[in-house]
Design a protein around this ligand. Structure first.
Ligand SMILES: Nc1ncnc2c1ncn2[C@@H]1O[C@H](COP(=O)(O)OP(=O)(O)OP(=O)(O)O)[C@@H](O)[C@H]1O
Ligand SMILES: [Mg+2]
Length: 325
């Protein structure tokens, strides 16, 4: 093993999602419109309260941290408080920490930033309390609220914030970042490996990078095989096969393919549903069949969310496709 090899291997102990977290707004990929607007706030040093909504792993926390770094430079940590709204100790603890942070004296900066993650975990009572806190300290504190679903946030808070909806990252954005990291880490990634990472990530950059790091552990080329093995993602072909079998009326074959995914490959039923949903338009179905399939997927998804048994729901879905013919 050469010296360079040893070095890059040692580097593999680090968590790449942190190692490669963009430090400036400029480095964030795939969220150009949002980044541009945020940059203009920073340039004017005039930040409104902000609300970032969107799915996991697409740059919300990263953007909040980058804003703080750009506004405050090296001392950013003195002016930035990160809290989790779903703190088990309760909203009172969260409010207490907000108050202490807002009241403590600080030199220079016009305001400090409080980044409140998972704001949608707050009950509406807790949100009303938060809204009062926001008002009370709006002189010297800017809030950045982060949530997966902005619909869970009460209107009085939304109307006090500039709301930014982060998009799931495009295939191109994920590919760009994967290739940058692979090059930096001196890892060979096959093209089908990149495609598999993009597919498994489904717009979530954190998942893509974690997948790359996990697949790279063996030191071999990161290819499709390696990616599907470690990300507990079914191959698109397997999903396709299962649906085709069901649509052909061969329920037993479809069920056995499903069993293979759930039992042998250890894929979660909910993930199979997600993958089915994503693949509907790739199956070459006529419109009517596609619509039926979507309808059944929606029903199974809802029931699973409500606590129904995943395997039973998936089998019922396949059975209904098999019967339909
Ligand atoms: N747009 C992006 N550009 C580059 N890297 C990204 C981007 N989004 C996410 N990442 C990578 O994924 C990691 C996680 O992203 P981040 O913490 O910003 O997710 P998030 O949107 O806050 O998700 P969550 O809802 O789970 O908190 C980052 O450390 C970074 O490595
Ligand atoms: Mg986050």
């Amino acid at each position: 093993m050469s010296e360079a090899d040893t070095e890059s291997r040692a580097g593999r102990d680090e968590i790449w999602i942190e190692k490669y977290r963009p430090q400036t707004l400029d480095e964030i990929v795939g969220q150009e419109t949002i980044v541009e607007r945020l940059q203009s706030y920073v340039a004017r040093d005039d930040l409104p309260h902000l609300m970032f909504s969107g799915e996991a792993g697409i740059g919300k926390s990263t953007a909040a941290l980058a804003i703080a770094r750009e506004l405050y430079g090296e001392d950013w940590q003195e002016h930035f408080l990160e809290l989790n709204a779903s703190d088990q100790r309760g909203i009172d603890v969260v409010r207490e920490r907000i108050k202490n942070f807002a009241r403590s004296s600080f030199g220079g900066a016009k305001y400090r930033i409080i980044f409140l993650d998972e704001a949608d975990a707050l009950t509406s009572d807790a949100q009303s309390a938060l809204r009062r806190t926001m008002e009370e300290f709006s002189n010297n504190v800017r809030f950045i609220l982060s949530c997966n679903y902005s619909s869970q946030i009460i209107d009085p808070i939304q109307s006090r914030c500039a709301v930014f909806r982060f998009n799931p990252l495009s295939d191109e954005a994920v590919e760009e970042q994967i290739r940058i990291i692979a090059e930096e880490e001196d890892i060979e990634v096959a093209d089908d490996g990149v495609d598999a990472l993009i597919y498994a990530a489904d717009g979530d950059m954190r998942r893509a990078i974690n997948g790359l790091q996990a697949a790279a552990v063996t030191g071999d080329v990161v290819d499709e095989e390696a990616v599907y093995a470690i990300t507990s993602t079914a191959r698109p072909e397997e999903i396709h096969e299962m649906v085709t079998q069901a649509l052909d009326g061969d329920f037993l074959a479809a069920r056995s393919t499903l069993d293979d995914l759930l039992t042998n490959e250890g894929i979660a039923g909910g993930d199979v549903i997600d993958q089915l949903h994503r693949s509907v338009w790739e199956f070459d179905l006529d419109d009517e069949a596609a619509v039926t399939l979507l309808d059944r997927i929606g029903e199974a998804d809802y029931r699973i969310t409500e606590g129904a048994n995943e395997r039973i729901q998936l089998e019922a879905l396949l059975a209904s496709l098999a019967l339909d013919d």
